[in-house]
Design a protein. Structure first.
Lengths: 266, 157
């Protein structure tokens, strides 16, 4: 019996089982907090250096396309300026109408500024590590965005000084969403090839490329109106109950630096 | 002294796994630096000598990964033990090509175990051949670099 218990494999399994039990009772939290606190500076240095190297290689690889991309961006900028002007007018109109009928505008959520310090991709999972935790007010299930109201993901685990954010491209991620132009509701989920898919779109609804997908207020997990991406390709069959479409994410998840955690209301 | 250097290498590998490795992915798959480091140590020596490294590596990775706590540790320890058993019972000596076979086997077993144990941990498990193939190629490249590096640092491991 003693020989079995001292066998390295059995001993390892016993140690791991004990750690799993301790973690389930939250007794490992002090150890985890200490580890995160000590590893955070190193994590940050490695993450920024890796990002810079990645950006350099991407730049070198894209030199040929720079001229075309520049022209395309100029055209897009002109379109956006035009839309911005229209939106400003609409906002003023809304403000006026609210005043007229005495409607109070809801307060925007409070934001916690955080920096990405790690990107976890093993086992087909996609998680981001950020350098803010419970001490800074981060809570589980809080939405994480990039400036411009682009949705990044949701906080899944929080320690004192570090949090793990499940990216919307993770295979377990589910986000209630709708197509902004037509208000058709669907469910955005991560795909194993790290594409984003919007599923459960009703048959018969017209889905078009480049339509913008935003979060909806269904289930209340994410604030509504956060930008997820644009429809890239429609996957539809008359035989299936619902339509599906591939989404091009609005942000590049390998270029995440500063992010915002939306504070969860108490 | 060697134990301290091994722990330092482990910590460095963990940090690189959650930073650099994330940017090296191709079609969603990337190298698994902890798995490779553990397998090299097991192949160079044996499980009885380095089982604590496997437990420690799994623990560090469990702390930083998005997978349920313990899933990586269990998959890693079972993979290491199986590779060690294979090395001891199937091959008479360890040459370069045998090490490559063992790294490949280890990568396959690790992914299979993650997939199988995911159910017990109530999370989604996925087994994808394309992903596995890319990861094996990455792991073999990294194994070559790690082995050369470890040999330089430790002499004969």
């Amino acid at each position: 019996m003693k020989k079995i218990l001292t066998h390295p494999f059995i001993l390892s399994l016993l140690i791991i089982a004990s750690l799993i039990f301790l973690n389930s009772q939250s007794w490992l939290n002090p150890v985890k907090d200490a580890f995160y606190y000590l590893s955070k500076p190193g994590q940050a240095v490695f993450y920024f250096s890796s990002q810079r190297i990645n950006n350099l290689f991407e730049f070198i690889g894209s030199i040929n396309q720079l001229a075309d991309e520049n022209n395309q961006l100029k055209r897009e900028k002109e379109n956006l300026l035009s839309k911005l002007a229209q939106l400003n007018e609409t906002e003023k109109e809304n403000e006026f109408l609210r005043e007229q009928i005495g409607l109070v505008q809801s307060e925007p959520g409070q934001l916690i500024l955080a920096r990405a310090i790690g990107l976890e991709t093993s086992g087909l999972r996609r998680y981001l590590l950020i350098n803010q935790g419970s001490q800074q007010g981060v809570k589980e299930k809080a939405a994480v965005i990039k400036s411009g109201n682009f949705l990044i993901g949701q906080v899944k685990e929080v320690s004192d000084s570090l949090s793990k954010v499940q990216l919307i491209t993770d295979i377990d991620s589910r986000v209630n969403a709708l197509i902004q132009e037509t208000r058709v509701a669907g469910l955005v989920r991560g795909d194993k090839d790290y594409d984003l898919l919007i599923d459960l779109l009703p048959q018969g609804e017209k889905i078009e490329k480049e339509q913008i997908v935003v979060t909806s207020s269904l289930a209340g997990l994410f604030p509504p109106g956060l930008i997820i991406g644009q429809i890239q390709r429609i996957i539809s069959s008359d035989v299936q109950i619902a339509q599906m479409a591939k989404i091009k994410p609005a942000i590049d998840f390998e270029k995440l630096d500063w992010v915002f955690v939306i504070k969860v209301a108490p | 002294m060697k134990s301290i250097l091994i722990i330092a290498s482990l910590l460095l590998a963990v940090m690189l796994q959650t930073t650099l490795a994330g940017f090296l992915t191709f079609q969603g798959a990337g190298p698994n630096l902890i798995l490779v480091l553990v397998l090299i140590l097991i192949i160079a020596r044996d499980f009885k000598k380095f089982w604590w490294v496997v437990v420690l590596g799994g623990f560090f990775l469990d702390l930083l990964t998005g997978l349920p706590f313990g899933l990586v540790s269990l998959s890693l320890i079972a993979t290491a033990y199986l590779v060690d058993w294979f090395k001891s019972n199937v091959f008479s000596s360890v040459k370069f090509w045998i090490a490559a076979v063992l790294i490949t086997l280890g990568s396959l077993v690790y992914q299979l175990l993650l997939f199988i144990l995911a159910r017990a941990f109530r999370t989604t498990g996925l087994f994808d051949f394309k992903y596995l193939l890319i990861e094996i190629v990455y792991n073999l490249l990294v194994a070559f670099i790690f082995y050369a590096g470890l040999k330089k640092v430790f002499g004969k491991i």
